[in-house]
Design a protein around this ligand. Structure first.
Ligand code: NI
Length: 272
């Protein structure tokens, strides 16, 4: 029996994006404020997920305190450092989330004990922006977005009595609402020149029209998609997918939707 075990770590570091092969104008156009010559910094959060068989004697995949020791030793080289200046890893590439997570993989994976393999690293640069790496030729980049909308669950295929019975309070005639939050994950090779799978500005531009369309509206009364079908979170995630796949193409990998902090729905090509 194989089990995935995850542990979360934190470190704080400074960094700066600058491609010396480019003009200053080009650097500022692509990297924006991240080009500040004095650097800026983040509270990074690293989620380490390992896979392995459960040891019949200890009942563990890996002793979490051993994982803490291994990753902690690696992160000593990053915590309270300037990633460009104080580490040797970003001389020829940008210290982007995508590149940092790959460097961390190369440092952590070989240190794991026999029978335990690194399954995934997820690195949060901020609470909303992250990169995933699985050790392959591509990485994932993702961001969280939110919109607020009213809706009412009511199926055109059911009678009023059946709708009330099925959806209960969510069938309230005048509707109710949520702060919907969703996480968009995009997959691709990490570009050598930028250190990115996708520029955050490009991802935001792809998502923006959807947010403008949905935010502060009534889903059922203002959007054709939900006139024909109940605005369940399953259908909301399907709609987000349809719209974002049109904007992002095959790079779109996964969407995770929180209808409330407690109700979570996911859809995608394959799990990130
Ligand atoms: Ni930054």
């Amino acid at each position: 029996m194989e089990v995935l075990t995850s542990k979360r770590f934190e470190f704080s570091a400074a960094h700066r994006y600058w491609n010396p092969e480019w003009s200053a104008e080009r650097n500022i156009e692509v990297f924006g404020k991240c080009t500040n010559s004095h650097g800026h910094g983040h509270n990074y959060v690293l989620e380490v997920t390992v896979a392995g068989a459960v040891d019949p004697v200890t009942g563990m995949v890996i002793n979490v305190s051993e994982l803490k020791r291994i990753v902690g030793r690696v992160l000593e080289g990053f915590d309270h450092k300037h990633l460009n200046e104080d580490t040797p890893y970003f001389r020829d590439c940008q210290p982007t989330t995508e590149n940092i997570v790959q460097v961390l993989w190369s440092l952590i994976a070989p240190e794991l004990p026999a029978g335990v393999r690194l399954h995934r690293l997820r690195l949060y640069e901020t609470a909303d922006i992250f990169a995933d790496f699985y050790g392959g030729a591509t990485a994932n980049f993702g961001r969280n977005y939110q919109f607020s909308a009213a809706h009412r669950l009511d199926s055109p295929q059911l009678s009023p009595a059946e709708n009330t019975e099925l959806y209960g309070k969510c069938n309230n005639l005048k509707g109710h609402g949520h702060d919907y939050r969703f996480e968009v994950t995009v997959e691709g090779p990490v570009e050598r020149e930028t250190g990115m799978v996708i520029n955050l500005v490009e991802l935001d531009a792809a998502v923006r029209p959807l947010l403008d369309e949905l935010d502060h509206t009534h889903l059922d009364l203002q959007h054709a998609f939900f006139v024909e079908r109940p605005s369940t979170a399953e259908h909301v995630v399907a709609y987000l997918w349809q719209r974002l796949a049109a904007a992002l193409g095959l790079r779109l990998r996964w969407i995770k939707l929180w209808e409330t902090p407690n109700n979570i729905f996911e859809y995608g090509v394959h799990e990130p």
